[in-house]
Write a protein that binds this ligand. Sequence first.
Ligand SMILES: Nc1nc2c(c(=O)[nH]1)N[C@H]1C(S)=C(S)[C@@H](COP(=O)(O)OP(=O)(O)OC[C@H]3O[C@@H](n4cnc5c(=O)[nH]c(N)nc54)[C@H](O)[C@@H]3O)O[C@H]1N2
Ligand SMILES: Nc1nc2c(c(=O)[nH]1)N[C@H]1C(S)=C(S)[C@@H](COP(=O)(O)OP(=O)(O)OC[C@H]3O[C@@H](n4cnc5c(=O)[nH]c(N)nc54)[C@H](O)[C@@H]3O)O[C@H]1N2
Ligand SMILES: [Mo]
Length: 827
Amino acid sequence: MEPSVDRIADPWGARTPYGAGDRWPVRVDTYLSPGVREADVRQWVPSASLLHSNGDAMDIAVADGRVVGVRGRATDRVNHGRLGPKDLFGWQAGASADRLLRPMIREGGRLVECDWPTAMGRVVSRSQELLKELGPGSIGFYTSGQLFLEEYYTLAVIARAGIGTNHLDGNTRLCTATAGESLKESFGSDGQPGSYTDVDHADTLALFGHNVAETQPVLWMRMLDRLEGPRPPRLLCVDPRPTPVALRADVHLAPKLGTNLALLNALIHEIIRRGHVDKAYVEAHTVGFEELESGTASCTPKWAASICDVPARSIEEAAELLGTARQLTSTVLQGVYQSHQATAAAVQVNNIHLLRGMLGRPGCGVLQMNGQPTAQNTRECGADGDLPGFRNWNNEDHVADLAKVWNVDPEDIPHFAPPTHAMQMFRYAEQGSIGMLWISGTNPAVSLPELGRVRAILEQDRLFTVVQDIFLTETAQFADVVLPAATWGEKVGTFTNADRTVHLSAKAVEPPGQARPDLDIFVDYADRMGFRDKDGAPLVSWRHAEEAFEAWKRCSAGRPCDYTGLTYDKLLQTGGIQWPCTAEAPEGTERLYTDGFPWAAPDECETYGKDLLTGAATSPTSYKAMNPDGKAMLKAAEFVPPHEQTSREYPLQLTTGRTIYHFHTRTKTGRVAQLNDAAPEVWAEVSAPDADRHGIEEGDLVVIATPRGLIGARARISGIRPGVVFVPFHYGYWDTPHGDRPGLGEPGRAANEGTVTDWDPVSKQPLFKLSAARISSVRHDGEPSRAPTTGAGAPVAAAGVAPTAGGGAARATQSRGGAAEEAGGSS
Ligand SMILES: Nc1nc2c(c(=O)[nH]1)N[C@H]1C(S)=C(S)[C@@H](COP(=O)(O)OP(=O)(O)OC[C@H]3O[C@@H](n4cnc5c(=O)[nH]c(N)nc54)[C@H](O)[C@@H]3O)O[C@H]1N2
Ligand SMILES: Nc1nc2c(c(=O)[nH]1)N[C@H]1C(S)=C(S)[C@@H](COP(=O)(O)OP(=O)(O)OC[C@H]3O[C@@H](n4cnc5c(=O)[nH]c(N)nc54)[C@H](O)[C@@H]3O)O[C@H]1N2
Ligand SMILES: [Mo]
């Protein structure tokens, strides 16, 4: 293979094909700052990528006390040395000149710098006032999927047992709430059944609303290497855009937005009708088959074709692919999760695997994907709307068990109602019952739906807002107190990827200025608040990350996400290890559910489940009656159309999402030249027929209007499904010339100016992928859009559009592992 390539122009690098059941070959990707050679590197510090959920293992190159590059780790089970473009270049943001260096407080309407005791003093005195005047329910914590396990666990202890509030959730609500919820609904508990190694074995890959090529590029490299090797798998893609996955697919279905469930019901109908059900497996391991069969009896391909607007013939082909697979690996992500009926649809993918008996053996895995790098830990540690260790808030024994771990009274852990979800927390802040909101590691002023409303909530005087970040983000500008955090490479911690692989991320350099690790900030708060357990000892007894990890291990003991067999030393020596990792399984566990569904038992399950249509909770008694022996649950759900329908006024459907070069609200990738130059400004993907109809040419400045707001962007005429417009959600306004939010009636750059305040009734995940919209051209200047040409937004007519490239600055080396290849490591 070529020794070095422009990884902006060629995001996936060279192919290393392999066949079914073989070991994925090693390819080590390295990028070092200009002028730095490997011989100059003083230290290689172990870590993994914090810019997506794949967990690409890498070593951070350090010289002269600075990070000077990264190298993929050849021996790690996740990536076998490979890195994606954001992995290679994204770290440079850490050294940005505009990092937050000191805490800030609001004085006379303006944010001014101060010292730590002053800033923390304000947070503590406000907390104490609110506790005294209004009680624990007046304080809310909104955290992230990008901190470390140790930090979430500490925050969960503080919020649930220290303050005693039910209002703690993560931005994981926007991200992987449906992943967690669909696993709970089908298998009784969160926990990814499959493994990335299933890709090595599968004869069929099915991707539902998942543009893996751009969002977990290293996982796509693994799939591409299988596709180009001997006996390649067949590929099914369900996505309204011509993503790189769709272009490689044997069957590509591009449904109308908001119709995933109709399509999936038809696939299940066909699988049953054609006799592709593994009856012995269904009999032995599941409940609910009759309900699923009758629930999908009328869902013929013809019926779905009229709803989804895809040919019935293609649905039959997809069903044939799924029905004849011998080793099926499926993935599901935001095209399903950020829609109405999200959980109901995600559960149908689990159903397909259960019907076909395809779980718990090589090549047979469901990946209800995560998005953020540490979202799995937010969920495990109970920093989302669940209790730590996947405990059931509605099961007194689970609460008592948790209380024992924390040495508090069970009544001190709020469990009178389900933990509050993020959208509801913002509603409480809007209404005034939440008086303090502590936001850590997330930028809701860009990432929540309906930004006009979000800004109005955050700017209220009566709401005291703490923002803990590494930059002065759009959200930080609304804060009363800003706390400067240390980030990846500047602090120690562990995190877990989408296939349960735990990595340790070590400290490579000192944080800038007075920035402190998030863990230190939370511990400092716990100390100042004087939180105690029931014997008067400090509730948070740990100081350092490793101690926090040991505390978490005790909390995870005996739970599905059991970490008791892991130590920092072991993670340093071995690299990634999959939980559960225990004395009985010291090497970790590759696949769950190899032999039944133990966590679905009524005494064990994380939830008693919900009605998939309404979200209404199932009672413990009904759960016991429905699933007395703890089997996997086949659950049917009837398709209902989305609330927001297209109309004469809003004839198009707006969906939103990602490009390979940017991460979320761009606080990191927008500060990195290679990545930002590849996608410097917002765009809108429009189909050629829609462009014709609305008089739009490539590059025209267009305005997209929804019932909530206006988005301004340059048009990219792409192969997107007619009737659908796509806008990436990465572009806020911190780096606009006036650095300010859009004025009244002025279009903004953020996709969320137009999205709707609405959520899936089961997972409470917002509907970022489903709004009604109209589009009009406001200016034609002959300039093409600068949307990337490498991904789903490639232009239909290449003439006049420069191909996306990074030039010399984006060249990274790729080498065969050599010695590392021989040394092996677990596959
Ligand atoms: N480069 C990059 N990688 C990332 C991130 C990033 O910001 N940038 N973020 C990380 C995070 S947090 C997440 S959650 C993941 C998200 O990863 P993905 O889910 O892969 O990314 P999205 O672009 O949000 O959406 C995926 C696809 O859903 C399709 N889609 C839209 N509407 C529908 C629909 O109604 N039905 C179906 N079937 N498909 C639809 C879109 O066309 C899009 O191609 O990526 C992670 N990785
Ligand atoms: N329209 C639309 N909206 C979406 C989506 C979509 O597809 N479409 N996707 C949704 C999804 S899946 C997600 S995950 C969210 C993401 O939305 P956000 O979480 O708001 O996005 P980020 O930009 O990643 O915000 C993370 C913040 O943490 C800061 N940060 C980074 N490292 C650290 C650290 O170590 N410590 C601290 N304290 N702060 C740190 C960053 O500077 C940044 O401000 O957006 C959601 N919103
Ligand atoms: Mo996400």
